[in-house]
Design a protein around this ligand. Structure first.
Ligand SMILES: Nc1nc2c(c(=O)[nH]1)N[C@H]1C(S)=C(S)[C@@H](COP(=O)(O)O)O[C@H]1N2
Ligand SMILES: [Mo]
Length: 301
């Protein structure tokens, strides 16, 4: 996985030789760390980028298609068929079509991205994703000048997704980004984590990751991408527009109507998951604040 890195740390930067270790093993290996590894780990901790364990990332999930409990996806998502998988790309593009996942992946270089994930429910994790920039795919299909937004849709298969047999949300789950957000180099399509294929509960085989927005924008198990001129409908915004805005940028100064967004509970550390301050744009302000210059982020939350 050769990778270009933009202001982000690689998991291999924070371990001895880029070996994929769980946190306990990583701690045990600290004595063997090269000097650069120690510096990397220290920096990772300082930046709030100490990765969560595989078990934390794959057993504490939101994937309402498999139930609303945090362990429901871990229990139920195994039955989702992820091979074959195709993504239909259409709307305002030069080369619309139904692209097999293998075709999509043959044209990109996968890389690691260690990102904070901040759920709107005020918990967070740090995840070592494997993926590629969404912009690479959009450029390949050719975005037409009239396109201003990108709409995404999750698989709709109630026979494999028990949650879709209940009217929790208006299925299928849909999300959307402004085109400049979609083209931003931090925005990726992830196909793996910790160097392995994405587990179903994390959105296999391909899901969006937008690290400066609340987690629900990072739509899982994507089957359709549509370039549009108008702002697309999004599931949580349709469900409760006063609670979940289209933008949903992480913002400690804009509370959810029912709870504060000033702090978050970092998953891990046992019963005493530490509460830490929430950062503007989830810590990615330097990279993305320019996208929103002049916008009233309290109105367009
Ligand atoms: N299709 C779909 N995508 C989804 C969700 C969902 O319920 N269905 N939950 C979202 C929410 S609220 C969060 S916090 C993240 C969680 O991603 P993770 O389980 O990989 O940590 O996925 C998002 N993507
Ligand atoms: Mo979330």
């Amino acid at each position: 996985m050769a990778g270009r890195w933009r202001n982000t740390l690689k998991w291999s930067d924070v371990t001895s030789e880029g070996a994929y270790l769980d946190r306990r093993q990583a701690m045990a290996a600290v004595g063997a760390l090269a000097l650069s590894g120690i510096a990397g780990r220290a920096r990772a901790n300082e930046d709030g980028l100490a990765p969560n364990t595989w078990d934390e990332i794959t057993r504490y999930n939101n994937f309402y298609e498999f139930g609303t409990g945090k362990e429901d996806p871990w229990h139920n998502a195994g039955r989702m068929t992820t091979d074959p998988w195709a993504v239909e790309i259409g709307g305002l593009v030069d080369r619309p079509g139904t692209y097999d996942l293998a075709d999509i992946l043959s044209g990109v270089s996968l890389e690691e991205r260690l990102y904070r994930l901040r759920c709107v429910e005020a918990w967070s994790m740090v995840v070592p994703w494997v993926g590629f920039e969404l912009a690479d795919l959009l450029n390949r299909v050719g975005v037409q000048p009239s396109a201003k937004y990108v709409a995404f849709q999750t698989l709709h298969r109630p026979e494999e997704m028990p949650g879709q047999r209940s009217p929790i949300l208006d299925w299928p789950y849909v999300e959307g980004l402004r085109l400049d957000e979609a083209m931003h180099p931090l925005t990726i399509l992830a196909t793996g984590l910790y160097g392995k294929d994405l587990p179903n509960q994390n959105g296999a085989p391909i899901r969006l990751v937008v690290p400066w927005k609340y987690g629900f924008k990072s739509i899982k198990s994507v089957v359709r991408i549509t370039l549009t001129a108008d702002q697309p409908l999004t599931s949580w915004n349709a469900y409760a527009p006063n609670e979940y805005g289209f933008y949903s940028n992480v913002n400690p100064d804009v509370d959810h109507p029912r709870w504060s967004q000033a702090t978050e509970r970092r998953i891990g550390g046992g019963l005493f998951s530490p509460r830490v301050p929430t950062q503007m744009f989830n810590g990615y302000a330097e990279e993305v604040a320019g996208l929103y210059a002049g916008m009233d982020l309290k109105k367009l939350f």
